[in-house]
Design a protein around this ligand. Structure first.
Ligand code: CAA
Length: 280
């Protein structure tokens, strides 16, 4: 299977790493420096896996040999079976990308979006083929997390869904089928919990460390909600809350003011070295 991944940020590069384990994968980003950085980061992760004896050198080499960087989408040699986009979470950017993709001869691939909350039906309507369009939502870090949410838009065919279920299985992951709804399943549950943790912090109920320890040891979460918010990116958390709120008009999804203030101040979590915690 030949896969084109568009967007080489954290999610795009993680997704490309997953697919490179099962076949030729092409990674493209409008900013070529981002693509090059992604490959360097993947090499580092794989080398660490090899040094920890979690991966053989042959498997590492297979992934790296399958992973091809594209400077220009027109460099793509031949057609692909799956196109998955993981570009910025802005409907306008994604729609413009689909417009550009319509002009390339990519064959008849499945068109997938890794959007974390945007409407699949709306994105599909701007894609080259709405029946072959689906939400394929990976979780960070994509090579580690076992789940992929598969979201059918209004026009997504049953065949597209069935093919994607097989693809997820080939990746060694588990899929769940989700009807279109803002935030799908995971973010609908996870992001309001993070928002509530921000409220708990803002009310002075507990320190960030104690809030996180409470949820790690009291609910067996691998990370506390504030550390997780820093890991996801506070801007992304805010974007998802805004989608939940705007789509439902339900006040229970209203983003906490402290979260908004932190995003406005550029405190975005790990990626800006500052969020609920400091990073070096
Ligand atoms: N890429 C590849 N592998 C990675 C990685 C990365 N970015 N980060 C960690 N790993 C691997 C490590 O190599 C290690 O593998 P081995 O055990 O085989 O050596 C394994 O993951 C565990 O890593 P660590 O030992 O360094 O750290 P950890 O045990 O604390 O686990 C974690 C780290 C996997 C991130 C864990 O803390 C965790 O599961 N956290 C919760 C993550 C989560 O909830 N993600 C979903 C976010 S929501 C989302 O993504 C959706 C959205 O739309 C916003």
């Amino acid at each position: 299977m030949r896969v084109l991944v568009i967007g080489a940020g954290t999610m795009g590069s993680g997704i490309a790493q997953c697919f490179a384990g099962i076949g030729p994968t092409y990674l493209y980003d409008v900013n070529n420096e981002v693509t090059i950085k992604a490959k360097v980061a993947i090499e580092k992760i794989l080398e660490r896996q090899v040094s920890r004896e979690r991966m053989t050198v042959a498997d590492k080499d297979l992934i790296l040999n399958n992973l091809n960087l594209l400077e220009d989408l027109r460099e793509l040699p031949g057609q692909v079976d799956l196109v998955i986009e993981a570009v910025a979470e802005r409907a306008e950017i994604k729609k413009k990308l689909f417009q550009e993709l319509k002009e390339l001869n990519l064959g008849q691939p499945i068109w997938a979006s890794n959007t974390s909350s945007l409407s699949i039906t709306e994105l599909a309507a701007h894609s080259p083929d709405p029946t072959a369009f689906i939400g394929m939502h990976f979780f960070n870090p994509a090579p580690v997390m076992k789940l992929v949410e598969l979201i059918k838009g209004e026009r997504t065919s049953d065949e597209t869904l069935a093919q994607c279920q097989k693809i997820v299985e080939a990746l060694g992951k588990t899929s769940v089928q989700v009807e279109e709804a803002p935030g799908f399943v995971v973010n609908r549950l996870l992001i309001p919990m993070i928002n509530e943790a921000v409220a708990v912090l803002a009310e002075g109920v507990a320190t960030p460390e104690d809030i996180d320890t409470a949820m790690k040891l009291g609910a067996n979460h691998p990370m506390g909600p504030l550390a997780l918010a820093d890991f996801i990116g506070l801007d992304i958390v805010l974007d998802i809350l805004n989608v939940l709120h705007d789509e439902t008009l339900d006040p229970k999804y209203r983003p906490h003011l402290l979260l908004k203030k932190m995003v406005r101040a550029g405190k975005l979590g790990r990626k800006s070295n500052e969020g609920f915690y400091q990073y070096s």
